[in-house]
Design a protein around this ligand. Structure first.
Ligand code: HAM
Length: 424
């Protein structure tokens, strides 16, 4: 039997992994500008973290959790999202400084038992942020601006910010009553899933993708008619700030998000590059969630992105080569010299690769040099050793640079840093 990766999981291979590193590095750089610091939580938690945090009525908890009992009889779950674990850790370690200074980011695998398709996996990776301690609309706008900046920096294809509010508790109570009444009038034509959502979580009816339901859903009242004056003010302010900072967005009164903890602001960033699973990133405010997980009633706001989806929407630029110099050796004697050279080049910080092991012939080594993606090739043979000079040959265009043996490896390091435009 040939062993294979589990359906809905993927190996991230060399060649692709460099793009992941770029996404992660840009996140670290941009998020740090806004005062976010990394927090790493375990991959599994007490199931209660998600039952209480993510919410028992959500699809995630009802249908998608990798929940299991370990050998000690503990009820555990592989994290399906990062928000409840971050709050659990925040409370457990008393990380609160208040005044919106409690800002964390995280990156890593999440697990949901969903039907795999392009852009949707069972193990996927999120990069997310949580800002705890402030109820200000400024923080909502700030993290949206930050998310857009990050995606622009990565060259993501046309990120599109969509904004809505789900209001405060008073708004939701008023709106739910209005919505349930309106839905009840159309139940005979709505699909089975809509019925289920109508009974358990009427807001989620708007997530329905069935074409026959759409005309009805379009007629249902939106939350905007039920907003409390406080919620209306909060939402207005978020929009003013985004306008002020020139962050483009569209209002989508039907955007409800799949999680129950949201209050006030909710948002998603989509890209047409993605097709059906078009949500690159989603988030919103979740005042009340910290209290639900056993803390005080500290407000919070955040977002999480799907790294696989960001990569799908990013330009497919060539990954950087794995090596700067590929060293080729002619025979037994030059192999000795070549390995001494490799050693000295590496010590000088030059990324080197070679196939001069296991007595492979020169032709095979030259083919390997070409395949490797290395920028330069350096051949070590009896002539070079006798003359005390080597030729660096640029693989892409054949350009040659002669270097005296006595000038190695420093001349090579200098040449490479000149080519990159960085000081040597
Ligand atoms: P979410 O909308 O469930 O929100 O997930 C956020 C992002 O994770 C999605 O926009 C998508 O890019 C990615 N994603 C979700 N499921 C999958 C999947 N099966 N395969 C690939 N990518 C996926 C949250 O998780 C909230 N915790 C976000 C948040 C943080 N809200 C406030 N703070």
């Amino acid at each position: 039997m040939r062993l294979k990766a589990i359906r809905g999981t993927r190996d991230i291979l060399p060649g692709e992994v460099e793009r992941w590193q770029r996404v992660e590095a840009a996140a670290r750089e941009v998020f740090a500008l806004y005062g976010f610091r990394e927090l790493r939580t375990p991959i599994f938690e007490d199931s209660a973290v998600f039952l209480k945090g993510t919410g028992e009525a959500t699809d995630i908890v009802r249908k998608e959790m990798y929940r299991f009992e370990d050998l000690g009889g503990n009820d555990l779950t592989l994290r399906p999202e990062g928000t409840p674990p971050v709050i659990r850790a925040y409370l457990e370690h008393g990380l609160g400084q208040g005044l919106s200074m409690d800002r964390f980011y995280y990156m890593g695998p999440m697990f949901r038992y969903e039907r795999p398709q392009k852009g949707r996996y069972r193990q996927f990776h999120q990069i997310g942020v949580e800002a705890l301690g402030s109820g200000s609309p400024r923080v909502d706008a700030e993290i949206m601006e930050m998310a857009m900046r990050w995606l622009h920096e990565l060259g993501v294809h046309q990120p599109h910010l969509m904004l809505n509010t789900v209001g405060d508790q008073q708004t939701r109570a008023t709106y739910l009553a209005v919505l349930v009444r309106a839905q009840a009038e159309h139940l005979d034509v709505l699909c089975k899933d809509c019925h289920q959502r109508h009974a358990t979580n009427p807001l989620r009816v708007f997530d329905c993708k069935i074409p026959e339901c759409q005309p009805i859903l379009d007629q249902l009242p939106t939350i905007h008619g039920s907003l409390s004056s406080r919620s209306a003010r909060h939402f207005e302010r978020v929009q003013q700030l985004l306008d002020l900072w020139h962050v483009a967005y569209d209002l989508d009164p039907r955007l409800v998000r799949g999680l129950d903890y949201y209050r006030e602001t909710v948002f998603e960033i989509t890209s047409e590059a993605l097709g059906a699973q078009d949500s690159l990133l989603g988030g919103g405010r979740y005042d009340g969630l910290v209290a639900q997980l056993g803390g005080d009633d500290r407000p919070g706001t955040g977002f999480a992105s799907g790294v696989e989806r960001i990569l799908l929407a990013m330009p497919d630029e060539a990954a950087g080569g794995v090596a700067d110099v590929f060293v080729v050796a002619f025979d037994e004697e030059s192999t000795e010299v070549a390995h001494d050279l490799l050693h000295r080049l590496r010590a000088a910080g030059v990324r080197t690769l070679s196939a001069a092991y296991d007595a492979r012939n020169k032709k095979a080594q030259l083919r390997a040099a070409k395949r490797s993606g290395a920028a330069w090739q350096l051949v070590v043979g009896p002539d070079e050793i006798a003359a005390g000079r080597y030729t660096l040959r640029r693989i892409a265009d054949g350009e040659r640079v002669e270097i005296a043996a006595s000038e190695l490896p420093n001349k090579v390091a200098q040449l490479l840093s000149d080519a990159r435009g960085t000081p040597g």
